[in-house]
Every structure is written in C-alpha cells, then in structure tokens.
Design a protein around this ligand. Structure first.
Ligand SMILES: Cc1cc2nc3c(=O)[nH]c(=O)nc-3n(C[C@H](O)[C@H](O)[C@H](O)COP(=O)(O)OP(=O)(O)OC[C@H]3O[C@@H](n4cnc5c(N)ncnc54)[C@H](O)[C@@H]3O)c2cc1C
Length: 286
C-alpha cells in the first residue's frame, strides 16, 4: 500500500514526485520512462522563469537527470481505471492492480478528444483496456481506435481473441501482422448502437461509411479523467479542483493541464507541488 499514486509523468507529475520525495512519502509513479511527449516537443521555451531559451528536449533531459540523481523510479504503465475503495484507491493498469491511500491525477489534456458516442457507450461495448476486457470479445468482431504505434502490441493481443478486428490507426506507418486485422483508412466519426455498441461510422474520402462491431477498444495515451475515475467532477472537459488541487473525491487530487488553462509548464509544476503538499496534509489526518 503506497501513500500516493501519481498518474502521469509530465511536468505536473515530475513536480509532484520531487515534492513527495522531499516530504519522505512512499509513492508509486505511473507513466513513461521517457516522461511526456509534450515536455520535449517545444522547439524553444521562452516563458519559464530562470531558464533562458531552452528547448523542450533540454528541459526533459534536465528533469530526467534530477529524477535519476534522486533515485525516483517511474513504473512504466498506462492506468486504465482508478477505484475509490473507502480508505484507499485501487489503480488498475492492464491486469496489475496497485493500492494507494491517495492519488494525484497528472494526466495532461487529451490529444485526441472523445469521438461521438464514446463516453456514452463506456461499459456498453466501449473499453480502454485490451488485457482487462479482451476476453469478452472472444470470437467476435471489434474495432480498435489506436493513437500510438507503441500500443500496437495490444492490437495484436486483441487479434488473438476476436474473430475480426477493424483497426483505426491514428498515427503513421501502422503495421499489424495478424491475418484477421483490417486497417481502415478513415477517421472514426461516431460509435453507434442502442443498448450496446453496434457499429462505428467513419469518414473516407469525404464519404461516410460504417463497420458493424460488437465492441470498440479505444487505445489512447490519455483518456478522459472521468472515464478513469467514476464520479469525478468535470467541467468543460477539465477536472474541477480547488486552490489546493482537491477534487470532489476525498484523497484524490489533480494537477497540470488536466485541471484547465493556461496549458503551461509553470502552472503544471506549481500545481504538482501544491497537490503533493495537499497529499501530505491529507495523510497526516488519517
Ligand atoms: C508544441 C508545444 C509547445 C509548448 N510550448 C510551451 C512553452 O513554450 N511554454 C509553456 O509554458 N508551455 C508550453 N507547452 C505546454 C506544456 O508542454 C504543458 O503545459 C505541460 O507539459 C503540461 O504538463 P502536464 O504534466 O500537465 O501534462 P503532460 O505533459 O501532457 O503529461 C501528461 C502525462 O500523463 C501521462 N498519462 C496520461 N494518461 C495516463 C494514464 N492513463 N496512465 C499513465 N500515464 C498517463 C501522459 O503519457 C504524459 O506522460 C507546449 C506544449 C506543446 C504541445
């Protein structure tokens, strides 16, 4: 049982991890060893206090050096669900479950917004976790919407279970070797159905087409926080927090781009720090 689970390895997650480490807390930090593509993408950062004209890549390397010097480990995993279990949280990553007394959500903003019908059919044919839910579609027809080549192995896994897999790859050079996979050259537009998912419509050359499916897997690097955490209060796509980064769920905090604008390092790092202090205050009262 950890004191805290930090979800996300962007600027907010880095700041939360450095602060929890300084406060002597026992935490697990889930995300990517490479931190976040957003940290490294800016060609030049001109608004970060004390750093004059650094590139995103240089900032990332400085973050990595600091983390490594302090021996703060990153657990490489994508979180697919956070469950409030009374006095603790269960954090599900594929088939691995971690437990922590508190959680800091630092998941950034979604690069790919939910498509029409996606949120409506969560649990009714829409899933975010291949290893958790794949077996439900043994011998069935599914669609997979995938935003990163790094998740192709999850598509290959689904191909070992489903009879037919339509793949919407929202990245370049998609390559799936399974014979039952069909890459669709079109942008998914809407997930439709009645009580359960029945088809995905997509745009191909300006025309609307559809594939009939039993389920849809959304393999995205970041998913809507309210999908990750049931009952989480959101407004206009952002997690609602107070000045101390408390969400509406006791013991759950949020920091960085996921709590809203401005989408900037300074704000993400400030909130990462605040959320870690709020975690320490919360733990002291338990
Ligand atoms: C091209 C570009 C240029 C920019 N230039 C500037 C600039 O000059 N100045 C400035 O101040 N800001 C700039 N920004 C904005 C800045 O990069 C962001 O505000 C900052 O990175 C936000 O940090 P964050 O930690 O909130 O989110 P992110 O950096 O997006 O990190 C979120 C992390 O959470 C991880 N994650 C998400 N979901 C899950 C999950 N379910 N399980 C595990 N991990 C998960 C992601 O993989 C990622 O590692 C720029 C952004 C871009 C894209």
């Amino acid at each position: 049982m950890y004191d805290c689970a930090i979800i996300g390895t962007g600027a907010a997650g880095v700041s939360a991890a450095l602060t929890l480490n300084a406060l002597g807390k026992n935490f697990i930090w889930l995300g990517k060893a490479d931190l976040s593509s957003k940290i490294s993408s800016p060609e030049m950062i001109r608004n970060y206090p004390g750093l004059i004209n650094v590139s995103g890549q240089q900032l990332k390397e400085a973050f990595l050096k600091q983390i490594q010097t302090l021996n703060i480990p990153i657990t490489e995993n994508r979180v697919t669900g956070v469950y409030a279990l009374g006095d603790r949280f269960g954090i599900l990553c594929n088939q691995q479950m971690y437990e922590a007394k508190t959680v800091i959500l630092a998941t950034g903003v979604e690069a790919v917004k939910p498509i029409a019908g996606e949120l409506e059919f969560v649990g009714k044919g829409v899933s975010y976790c291949a290893t958790c839910d794949g077996f439900l579609y043994k011998g069935k027809t599914i669609a997979v919407v995938c935003t990163s080549k790094q998740m192709e192995h999850e598509i290959e896994y689904l191909c070992t279970l489903a009879a037919k897999v339509y793949v919407f790859a929202i990245y370049k050079n998609a390559k799936i070797s399974a014979a039952n996979a069909q890459i669709i050259n079109g942008m998914p537009k809407e997930i439709e159905g009645d009580k359960k998912v029945s088809c995905v419509t997509y745009l191909k050359g300006g025309e609307s087409e559809k594939v009939e499916v039993d389920g849809v897997f959304m393999l995205k690097e970041a998913v809507t926080p309210s999908v990750l955490v049931s009952g989480l209060e959101m407004k206009d796509g952002q997690v609602v927090v107070d000045r101390n980064c408390h969400t509406n769920i006791d013991g759950l905090f949020a920091a960085g781009d996921c709590t809203g604008r401005p989408y900037q390092y300074a704000k993400a790092i400030g909130e990462g720090n605040i959320s870690a202090h709020s975690v320490a205050e919360y733990l002291a009262k338990l």
